[in-house]
Ligand binder design. Structure first.
Ligand code: SAM
Length: 292
C-alpha cells in the first residue's frame, strides 16, 4: 500500500469517505513525503520512542511516526476523521486515536496511561498543528510538564520566528520567553504552502523544542513571572517602567522603580531588551505587588 501523504492517495481517501475540509479546525493536510521525513527526522525517533500527535487528520504524519516509533497516540477533535483513521491506520496496530480537544484533554494523564506506565520513556510530540490554536496548544503541552524529550511541530512561520527569537530583536516577546523558559527552541526549516491540501494562507515552519531538565531560570512564582513578562510587552514602544506601572497601578510606581533598581534594570529600557535572567530577577523583586 502506498503512503497516505501523496496527492493521489490523499484524494482517494477523502473521496472514499466524502470528507470535506473544515477551515475552522485548521485542516491543512500534508501531501509531501520529503517534508514528512524531515519532520520525523528532526524528532530523532527510535524503535523505543513514544509519540503524541495533536491533530492526525487522515494520518499522513501519524503513519510516518508509526514507521519509526514504538507507539503513537493521536488526539483528534473532528469526529468525522475517526472512521477514516480507523481505516488508514489499520496496518499500524501500535497507533491509537483519542477523540477530543487537545485544549481540554488531560495530557499528563494520557502520557502516563499510554506511555510511562508501559515503560515507554523516550517521548516526543510530533505534529502539524492546527494554526488557529498553535500557541495555546504548545503552552498547554509545556505546562502539563509531561516528560517529553522534544516537541517537533509544524506551525506558522511568523509564530516560529517569535518562539525562537533572541532579546533585542523585533520578534522577541512574551511568547519567546514563555517557551524558552521550558525549552531550547530552534526553527528547523521552512515549508512551502504547496505541500498542503488545501494550501494555508500563511507560510509555515517546523520548530523543535528540546525540553530542559530544569527551567532556563529559577523564579519564585512561575505564573507571576509570566504575568510580569506579558505586562512588560503590553505596549512595545513603552519603557519597562511605564508598562509595569500601567499593569500594577499608578500607586505602585515607587515599588516598581525599587524592583527595577534591585534587579539592576534601567527603567528606561524596553521589554524587548531584557534577557530571561533579567526578567526572572525582576519578577522576584516585584513579587510583593502580586495581586491576590
Ligand atoms: N496531521 C495531519 C497532517 O499533517 O496532514 C493534519 C494536520 S491539520 C493542520 C490539523 C488537525 O488538527 C486536523 O485534523 C484538525 O481536525 C485537528 N484539530 C483541530 N483542532 C484540534 C484540537 N483542538 N484538538 C485536537 N485536534 C484538533
Amino acid at each position: 500500500m502506498k503512503d497516505i501523504a501523496t496527492l493521489h492517495r490523499t484524494k482517494e481517501i477523502l473521496a472514499k469517505h466524502g470528507f470535506s475540509f473544515k477551515k475552522s479546525l485548521g485542516q491543512n493536510f500534508l501531501i509531501d513525503l520529503n517534508v514528512l521525513g524531515n519532520i520525523v527526522g528532526a524528532a530523532g525517533l527510535t524503535p523505543e520512542s513514544g509519540v503524541l500527535e495533536i491533530g492526525p487528520g487522515i494520518g499522513s504524519l501519524t503513519e510516518q511516526s508509526a514507521k519509526l516509533a514504538k507507539k503513537v497516540v493521536a488526539l483528534e477533535i473532528d469526529q468525522r476523521l475517526l472512521p477514516i483513521l480507523d481505516d488508514s491506520m489499520a496496518p499500524y496496530p501500535h497507533v491509537s486515536v483519542i477523540h477530543g480537544d487537545a485544549l481540554e484533554l488531560d495530557l499528563a494523564e494520557i502520557v502516563e496511561r499510554e506511555f510511562t506506565s508501559q515503560g515507554i520513556t523516550d517521548l516526543a510530540v510530533v505534529a502539524n498543528l492546527p494554526y488557529y490554536v498553535t500557541t495555546p496548544i504548545i503552552m498547554r503541552i509545556l505546562e502539563a510538564k509531561a516528560p517529553f524529550r522534544t516537541l517537533v511541530m509544524m506551525i506558522q512561520k511568523e509564530v516560529a520566528e517569535r518562539i525562537g527569537a533572541k532579546p533585542g530583536t523585533k520578534a522577541y516577546g512574551s511568547l519567546s520567553i514563555a517557551i524558552q523558559y521550558f525549552a531550547e527552541a530552534e526553527v528547523c526549516f521552512t515549508v512551502p504552502k504547496q505541500v498542503f491540501i488545501p494550501a494555508p494562507n500563511v507560510d509555515s515552519a517546523v520548530i523543535r523544542l528540546n525540553i530542559r531538565k530544569e527551567p532556563a531560570v529559577r523564579v519564585e512564582d512561575e505564573a507571576f513571572f509570566f504575568e510580569v513578562t506579558r505586562a512588560s510587552f503590553a505596549q512595545r514602544r513603552k519603557t519597562i517602567l511605564n508598562n509595569l506601572t500601567s499593569h500594577f497601578g499608578k500607586a505602585a510606581k515607587p515599588d516598581v522603580e525599587a524592583a527595577l533598581e534591585k534587579a539592576g534594570v534601567d527603567p528606561k529600557r524596553r521589554g524587548e531588551t531584557l534577557s530571561l535572567e533579567e526578567f526572572a530577577q525582576l519578577a522576584d523583586a516585584l513579587l510583593s505587588l502580586k495581586k491576590r
